[in-house]
Ligand binder design. Structure first.
Ligand code: PHE
Length: 348
């Protein structure tokens, strides 16, 4: 029996030491130390021994079991460590590898300008309103003091869909819509950013472009209000040193009418290639709302007066960001579009 125990000890130690992983090790534990294990069955044979032999064998079995337990423990630890090391090796992360950065879109330069303008005017108590891009002849022209056959219609090449419908050539159409929609004929303070369409296409014109219209109607509105408003508007967008110049002009829906120039923000007014050596850049059309327009849209010109202005957002964005060709704005080239994020980050 002694030899049998010794034999079990030798083979079990050998096998435990060769165990390749934790599973094999636990199988071996069952095989040798489990309830039906080899050492246990030796103990069961004790009853056949002579009484004086029993304590000796018992002690031996206990010793071997203790030894084996200890061995199992230390091998288990070794295998666990090896397992962990293997996992760490396999799953290691190289933090210096380039990441799979999610590509984020960037805000279009036009929308940047629109949002900046909206924020400014909303802060001054204006509403931001909208109108249809497919407009009627009535709202685009007639209600703006441009009856059919009026020679000033030649100022804007248009896309007619039917004799009465066209793609709006100017956001001014919404002036009439806002006045007509206001049933109480109460004061108005709105801006209208939106798409407009004309038949042209070159580096500084596109058949589709964007305008922002402004309309204020109240008692006692004067040219001074228009001038102050446009000064705040342009300085916010183009810089605090921007100067304004009002030149007399003609629009059928305003009287008097002006073209408004801003001092060239590139050269500060000294003259450069951007302003064609004049020091000024033409940016807005504006004027006092024509009494006929007030009347046609339900406002009494004896009580109310107002001002209106309109400007091309594409041109504004081009100046603000130094874009040389308007068509870039409509090409969806990611290399072009992502530059503006960079500018914002740099605080330009
Ligand atoms: N609608 C005019 C244009 O597109 C601009 C303008 C708007 C002029 C409002 C005066 C008042 O040219």
């Amino acid at each position: 029996m002694k030899e049998q125990i010794e034999q079990i000890k030798v083979t079990s130690i050998e096998e435990v030491k060769n165990a390749k992983d934790l599973r094999e090790l636990s199988d071996l534990k069952v095989k040798y130390l489990g309830k039906k294990g080899e050492l246990t069955s030796v103990l069961r044979g004790m009853k056949d021994l002579r009484p004086e032999e029993r304590p000796v064998i018992g002690e031996l079995v206990n010793k071997v079991r203790d030894e084996l337990n200890e061995l199992f423990e230390s091998i288990e630890k070794e295998l666990q460590e090896a397992e962990l090391a293997r996992k760490l090796e396999e799953e290691k992360i190289d933090v210096t590898l380039p990441s799979n950065k999610a590509k984020r879109g960037s805000k279009h330069p036009l929308n940047r300008v629109i949002e900046e303008i909206e924020d400014l005017f909303v802060s001054m108590g204006y509403d931001v309103v909208d109108g249809p891009e497919l407009e009627t002849d009535e709202y685009c022209f007639e209600r703006l003091n441009l009856p059919k056959g009026h020679p000033a219609r030649d100022m804007q090449d248009s896309f007619y869909i039917t004799p009465e419908h066209l793609l709006r050539t100017q956001t001014s159409a919404v002036q009439a819509r806002v006045m007509m929609a206001n049933e109480e004929k109460s004061p108005i303070r709105v801006i209208v950013p939106g798409k407009t369409y004309r038949r042209e296409d070159d580096a500084t014109h596109s058949h589709q472009f964007n305008q922002v219209e402004g309309l204020v109607i109240d008692k006692g509105i004067t040219l001074a209000h228009l001038k102050g408003t446009l000064e705040v508007f342009m300085r916010k967008l183009l810089g605090d040193n921007t100067q304004l110049r009002f030149r007399p002009s003609y629009f059928p829906f305003t009287e008097p009418s002006y073209e408004v120039d801003v001092s060239c923000f590139k050269c500060g007014g000294k003259g450069c290639n951007l302003c064609k050596q004049t020091g000024w850049i033409e940016l807005l059309g504006a004027g006092m709302v024509h009494p006929n327009v007030l009347k046609m849209n339900g406002y009494d010109p004896e009580k109310y007066s107002g001002f209106a202005f309109g400007t091309g957002l594409d041109r504004l964005a081009m100046f603000k960001y130094g874009i040389t060709d308007m068509r870039y704005l409509y090409r969806n080239d990611v290399r072009f579009l992502t530059q503006f994020d960079q500018m914002d980050r740099e605080g330009k």
